[in-house]
Design a protein around this ligand. Structure first.
Ligand code: BES
Ligand code: MN
Ligand code: ZN
Length: 511
């Protein structure tokens, strides 16, 4: 397989734009932008920029791209002007995307040294800019998996200079953080892109071990015997239909300077392929179900990034890994399974497997001392119907904890939005013979899935992030190639970074 990503060197600089020696100079340009801070740029481009603007070819509309060669004393060869839209509405997410567009534009033109000019706007602080520019550049340095035997050779961004107009003092940490967030988002993308035959549960666990340990985490892989020893009937039930044994990966981050009293529990759905089991899925698009471990990949990558950043909060990551297959020993509709916690579940649809494996994994995270829970899962088609392909669903309780996760996701550039988890919906999970069923019918399918998971949270603060729509990009965008997106990695890391603030809160008090 060809290389999937590299992480470039990124350096801050305060040198004038004309002195930056890069193959491509990336410049955000807004609507009605007088470019007063770059007075000789148009001359360096021999008037190309003013001409393009006056004939309406480039107006600074969001994410529009205009490239021109430059010279006349400027040291870089080419410039890429990227539309920033309306300056007053400009956000960190726009800037992150502009950096990615600039990076992708460079790579498409086989250019490997870029420089980015930060141009201050009201909505973005200098420290935020340094971080998201680094993130965006790293996110551009990623290619989807390829097993083509004749592949074009790849061009990577080897180096990026980020020019800060008001000095570079104090922003090295922001760049380092952005670089790690970009790198580990890419690691999650690589895992999620990998085919189901190469990334089996055992291989997935080995990769988690390797990634986590080299990032400084304690990692443990539980095999099928250990899983059976813990009576994880839900995880074992899903695994029964497969020839491949399940795994449970446990990662721990135990910093010496941790905030007191809080243990962040991160749980990720790790279904390496979801056929639906006996309730088998239609053939069309079933290939896509190789990404049903994106939540698990996000947890593994986020835990590793948290460790590399030495964030001062104890964290435990738990990822249940299995295939969902319709083998001869597979669970059947009507079967009853017993969870590790002891609750019984009547299986109505074997394709609702994610909530089953999460139930046992969340219980285990609690057992290991988690005080605050967040699970990430490609859980329901219903969530895609509700929120589409751009926004993840947030479900949980109490509302103050959901809000912390929402704010973290906004900072991360992972769009998400809260959905209700009213008790009224629980009726849909009533079973005649077990504690509850594993599906609640078509109505509010994303919510009943969340309510199922809630049964295993033991009343702890908990948020479930449904990434069924957001984990995979069906179409390329200027700032995002097709395939795995790495969604939720940065959200989880930003949430961990926010621990010194949320660990002190009484989440149950009303504002
Ligand atoms: N992995 C799927 C959810 C999914 C669907 C992810 C589409 C990405 C795109 C999940 O295991 C599943 O099959 N859910 C069922 C639940 C139903 C049987 C209650 C669904 O959403 O149809
Ligand atoms: Mn399924
Ligand atoms: Zn699934």
């Amino acid at each position: 397989m060809r290389t999937a990503f590299t992480t470039p060197d990124i350096a801050l600089t305060a040198r004038p734009a004309g002195e930056l020696d890069a193959d491509l100079l990336v410049i955000p340009v807004f609507e009605d932008d007088d470019l007063a801070d770059l007075p000789d740029l148009d001359a360096a481009a021999s008037g190309e920029i003013s001409q393009a603007r006056s004939r309406g070819e480039f107006k600074g509309k969001l994410f529009d791209l205009f490239t021109t060669s430059i010279g006349n004393g400027w040291k870089s060869q080419r410039a890429a002007l990227i539309g920033g839209g309306v300056r007053a509405e400009f956000s960190t997410e726009h800037l992150r995307r502009i950096a990615t567009i600039g990076g992708l534009a460079a790579r498409q033109r086989r250019l490997s040294r870029i420089a980015l000019l930060h141009r201050p706007t009201p909505g973005v602080t200098a420290a935020e800019a340094a971080q998201v520019l680094a993130e965006g550049i790293c996110l551009a340095n990623y290619d989807g998996a390829s097993y083509k035997t004749e592949d074009r050779d790849q061009v990577w961004i080897a180096r990026a200079d980020v020019r800060m107009p008001d000095g570079i003092g104090g922003f090295d940490g922001a760049v380092a953080r952005g670089r790690i967030l970009g790198e580990f988002s890419n690691r999650a993308r690589v895992l999620a892109n990998e085919p189901g035959n190469t990334l089996t549960p055992r291989v997935f666990a080995d990769r988690a071990l390797e990634i986590g340990r080299s990032a400084g985490l304690q990692v443990e892989v539980l095999d099928e015997q250990r899983i059976a020893g813990l009576n994880m009937g839900l995880l074992l039930g899903v695994a029964r239909g497969s020839q491949e044994p399940p795994r449970l990966v446990v990662m721990r981050h135990e910093p010496a300077d941790a905030v007191p009293g809080a243990v962040l529990g991160l749980i990720g759905k790790g279904i390496t392929f979801d056929t639906g089991g006996i309730s088998i899925k239609p053939a069309e698009n079933m290939d896509k179900m190789k990404d049903d471990m994106s939540g698990g990949a996000a947890v593994i990558a986020a835990m590793s990034a948290i460790s590399r950043l030495q964030l001062p909060v104890r964290c435990v990551g738990v990822v249940p890994m299995t295939e969902n297959m319709p083998g001869g020993r597979a669970i059947k509709p009507g079967d009853v399974l017993r969870s590790a916690e002891g609750k019984t579940v009547e299986i109505l649809n074997t394709d609702a497997e994610g909530r089953l494996v999460l139930g046992d994994a969340i219980w285990y995270a609690r057992h290991l001392g988690a005080t605050h829970l967040v699970d990430v899962a490609t859980l329901t088609g219903a969530c895609v119907v509700a929120l589409g392909k751009t926004t993840s669903g947030l479900f949980g309780t109490p509302p103050a904890w959901v809000e912390r996760v929402r704010v973290a996701s906004e900072r991360a550039g992972d769009r998400s939005w809260p959905m209700p988890v009213f008790d009224d919906y629980k009726e849909q999970l009533k079973s005649e013979i077990a504690d509850f069923t594993n599906t609640g019918g078509r109505a509010a399918g994303a919510i009943t899935a969340a309510l199922f998971i809630k049964e295993f949270t033991g009343g702890l603060p908990w948020v479930h992030i449904d990434i069924a729509g957001t984990a995979w990009a069906e179409e390329a965008k200027p700032y995002q190639p097709k395939g795995a997106t790495g969604v939720a990695v940065r959200t989880l890391v930003e949430l961990a970074a926010d621990a010194p603030a949320w660990c002190k809160l009484d989440l149950n008090s009303r504002p």
